[in-house]
Design a protein around this ligand. Structure first.
Ligand code: ACO
Length: 329
C-alpha cells in the first residue's frame, strides 16, 4: 500500500465541467475528411465533440469548470490554496495555465502549477494534489483537467481528427482527519506509471525547444490501442492490491474517455461489470486530461455517483503515462 495510516485524507467536496458551445458532429466531419458516422461510431463510439471558439483558451475552459466545481462543493475561490492543472495544450508556453486560472478566480494566495501527462493529466494532478493535502502543507485543492486539442489536431488527417475534442473538468479536494479505514471518505490510493520509450507512438511534432512551433498530434492508433488495453490495467490491479478491495467492491469505473472499445475491453479484462462503467466519450470524444473529470461530473450530476460509493479512476496518455486513483466518494 502506498499509504500507511494517514493523518489526513483528501475528500472530494465537488466536481464540475465545461464544454465549449460549438459542437462538431460526425456528419459534419465527414464533409471535411473522407470518413463516416458509421466508421467513427463503430471504431470509437464517438458521436460528436466540442470545439473552443476563436479566442477561447484552455484557461477559460478550466476557469468555467473550476467555478462549476466550486459551486458544487459549496466553497468559495478564496478557500483554495492549491491549484494543479493537467494540460498539454496550455494557453502559452509560459506562464502556466494554472496561474492564469488562479488570477481569473481572484486567488492571490497559495500555489498554482501545471502538470503535463497528456491524457493521464487529471489522474496525475489528482495524485499530486492528494499528496500535498495528505502531507498537511495545504488544505483545499482545485484539480483541473483542461484542453483545447482542436488547436493541435491536423484537420486533414482523418486517422486522428475524428477522435479529439475540447473541454475541461474540475474537482475540489479537502484535507480531512482520517483513521485510514477503507470505508472512510477520500482518496484511498493512487498509482502512477510512465515509460518514455513509447514516444513515437503518440506525440506532437512541434515544441518550443525542438522546433519553435506548436506542432500537430501524430499517433499510431493501433499501437496505442494495444497498449491501452494490454498494459494499463496493471495500475488498477495495484490499487486493488494496495487496499484489499476487488472489482466486485467497485460501484463505478471511470476510465479515460478515448474510445468506447478500449473502455469496454479494459473493464472486461479487469472483471468490472458493464453497468459500473461511466462513459461519456460519445458526447465529447477524447478531451485528453479533461476526459476523466468530465465523466465524473456527468455521473455526479445525474445522481449515479453518490457519497460513500467506491470509484476507480484510470487513464493512459502519451509518453506513455498511465495511472489510477481509487476514491471513496
Ligand atoms: N474514417 C474512415 N476510415 C478511416 C479513418 C476514418 N476516420 N481512419 C482510418 N481509416 C481507415 C484506415 O485508413 C484503414 O484503411 P485501410 O484498411 O484501407 O488501410 C482502416 O480505416 C482501418 O484503420 P485502422 O487504423 O486499422 O483502424 P482501427 O480499427 O485500428 O481503429 C483507431 C483506429 C480508432 C484510431 C484505433 O486504433 C484507436 O482507437 N486507437 C487508440 C487511439 C487513442 O485512444 N488515442 C488516444 C490515447 S490518449 C492520449 O494520450 C492522447
Amino acid at each position: 500500500m502506498t499509504t500507511s495510516i494517514p493523518q489526513q485524507r483528501s475528500v472530494v467536496l465537488g466536481v464540475g465541467a465545461y464544454l465549449p458551445a460549438k459542437t462538431l458532429t460526425n456528419e459534419e466531419l465527414a464533409k471535411l475528411v473522407d470518413t463516416s458516422d458509421e466508421w467513427i461510431v463503430q471504431r470509437t463510439g464517438i458521436k460528436e465533440r466540442h470545439i473552443a471558439a476563436d479566442g477561447e483558451t484552455t484557461s477559460m475552459l478550466g476557469e468555467k469548470a473550476a467555478r462549476a466545481a466550486l459551486a458544487n462543493a459549496g466553497v468559495s475561490a478564496g478557500d483554495i490554496d492549491l491549484i494543479v492543472v493537467g494540460t498539454s495544450t496550455p494557453d502559452w508556453t509560459f506562464p502556466s495555465t494554472a496561474t492564469q486560472i488562479q488570477a481569473a478566480l481572484g486567488i492571490t494566495h497559495g500555489v498554482a502549477f501545471d502538470l503535463q501527462a497528456v491524457c493521464s493529466g487529471f489522474v496525475f494532478a489528482l495524485a499530486t494534489a492528494e499528496k500535498f493535502l495528505r502531507s498537511g502543507s495545504h488544505k483545499r485543492a482545485l484539480v483541473i483537467g483542461a484542453e483545447t486539442f482542436s488547436r493541435i489536431i491536423d484537420w486533414s488527417d482523418r486517422t486522428t481528427c475524428v477522435l479529439f475534442g475540447d473541454g475541461a473538468g474540475a474537482m475540489i479536494l479537502e484535507a480531512q482527519p482520517s483513521q485510514g479505514g477503507r470505508e472512510e471518505r477520500g482518496v484511498l490510493t493512487t498509482h502512477l506509471r510512465s515509460d518514455g520509450r513509447h514516444r513515437a507512438k503518440l506525440y506532437v511534432d512541434g515544441g518550443p525547444s525542438a522546433t519553435q512551433t506548436v506542432g500537430h498530434l501524430r499517433m499510431e492508433g493501433k499501437e496505442v490501442f494495444r497498449f491501452a488495453v494490454g498494459q494499463v490495467t496493471d495500475v488498477v490491479k495495484d490499487a486493488f492490491a494496495a487496499t484489499g478491495l476487488t472489482a466486485n467492491d467497485l460501484d463505478w469505473f471511470v476510465p479515460h474517455q478515448a474510445n468506447r472499445r478500449i473502455i469496454d475491453m479494459s473493464a472486461q479484462k479487469l472483471g468490472i461489470a458493464p453497468e459500473k462503467i461511466i462513459a461519456t466519450v460519445h458526447l465529447h470524444g477524447n478531451t485528453s486530461a479533461a476526459s476523466v473529470p468530465l465523466a465524473l461530473a456527468a455521473a455526479a450530476a445525474d445522481g449515479r455517483i453518490k457519497q460513500g460509493d467506491l470509484v476507480m479512476l484510470e487513464a493512459v496518455g502519451g509518453g506513455f503515462t498511465w495511472g489510477s486513483a481509487l476514491i471513496r466518494w
